[in-house]
Design a protein around this ligand. Structure first.
Ligand SMILES: [Zn+2]
Length: 362
């Protein structure tokens, strides 16, 4: 066993030590002798019990007191197993830039093995469609977090409006976005793959669109059974979500049908917003950074095998403060996307409220 990595060991008062600062797991050990306080506060996070025992012996701490201290640490949940080391080959090695990820996940995970958690990401693949500032931010965060395959798709060129967030440089202006993004993503993770073997689908597609989600694009993902995360850049806000697991969660058509229930002309409006010919506006700096990172965090939750907030929901990030607001959707009874339909009057109310401005104009 070892002390859980990532947790600080802090002196609080005579005879009292605090381990960790996050209210989810921080504990206070009191009634300690001065020697016990020294043994704990001199230990590094992640120290093995054997090293701790050697330190206790050096300090002259009696064996039975050390055993009692260990029991207290165990009951406080700050001990975790020492992970078995993987063979140092290929994808088994931890990406050097992901050390912070491994450390933080060691604090969160029951088994304390954040390194194994991050290494497992090397087998995951994600496709990113739309490489403006926001899309590039998503790609860079996913690559830096250890995702093994990050596929990049965009048929546009880097413009001066793309600079400043994500990583495009002035010398990239005028070159294809995919070309510059490949270089930047490889800078974030030297071993990331940016090409998939033929006939393999990514574990997740992140679709970054402007104005409205393109129904044709989401239909294709649904038909191929690919999980997809919708990110829509709007006038002064970004909607991150929903993340759609075909047949299991509300889809983008469900969301559109709820909107159409609240606004009978929504179909006409969305057709114009999602039109391929419509010029894509530039992306505001703080929204691109915040929404891009939120989208990456939600994608990581899905790729790590957890249930992200945006399954059946969206995180709306708006100017001026970019504080995310959660909006939820259920499966629409008329959609037929395979998920279990649940009529939700509450959702309809939200949609009415959000369309209030547009209806006022009519
Ligand atoms: Zn649906």
């Amino acid at each position: 066993m070892r002390l859980r990595p990532g947790l600080d060991l802090l002196w609080r008062a005579p005879g009292e030590v605090q381990i960790g600062t996050d209210p989810r797991w921080a504990v206070r050990l009191s009634g300690l002798t001065d020697v016990e306080v020294d043994v704990l506060t001199e230990a590094e996070p992640g120290t093995t019990v054997e090293s701790l025992r050697a330190s206790a012996t050096r300090h002259g701490l009696a064996a039975e007191r050390f055993a009692a201290l260990l029991r207290a640490l165990d009951e406080a949940h700050v001990l975790c197993p020492i992970p078995s080391r993987p063979a140092a080959t290929g994808s088994a090695t931890l990406l050097s830039g992901a050390a912070g990820d491994a450390c933080a996940w060691s604090a969160v995970l029951e088994d304390g093995d954040g390194a194994a958690h991050v290494r497992a990401r090397a087998a995951r693949s994600v496709g990113i469609v739309g490489l403006g500032r926001l899309g590039l931010q998503v790609a860079v965060v996913l690559a830096a977090a250890g995702i093994g395959t990050v596929l990049l798709q965009d048929d546009g060129l880097v413009t001066s409006a793309d600079l400043g967030v994500g990583g495009y440089r002035p010398r990239d202006v005028g070159s294809p976005r995919t070309e510059a993004a490949h270089r930047i993503v490889h800078d974030a993770n030297a071993v990331v793959r940016t090409h998939a073997p033929a006939r393999t689908e990514p574990d997740l597609l992140v679709l970054i669109e402007h104005g409205a989600a393109d129904p044709a694009r989401s239909r294709l993902s649904m038909a191929n059974g690919i999980a997809h995360l919708s990110v829509v850049v709007q006038e002064a806000s970004v909607l991150v979500g929903p993340l759609v697991v075909p047949g299991a969660t509300p889809c983008l058509r469900c969301v559109d049908l709820w909107r159409a229930d609240a606004d009978e002309r929504w179909g006409v409006v969305v057709a114009q917003l999602a039109a391929v010919s419509r010029p894509r506006g530039p992306e505001e700096s703080s929204l691109a950074a915040v929404a891009g990172s939120l989208a990456a965090a939600q994608a990581l939750a899905h790729l790590d095998g957890r249930v992200p907030t945006v399954r059946g929901a969206g995180l709306e990030v708006s100017l001026p403060e970019a504080v995310p607001r959660v909006r939820t959707w259920s499966v629409h009874p008329d959609c037929g996307c395979g998920a279990i339909p649940v009529t939700s009057p509450e959702v309809t109310r939200q949609e009415t409220a959000s369309c209030g401005g547009a209806r006022g104009l009519a």
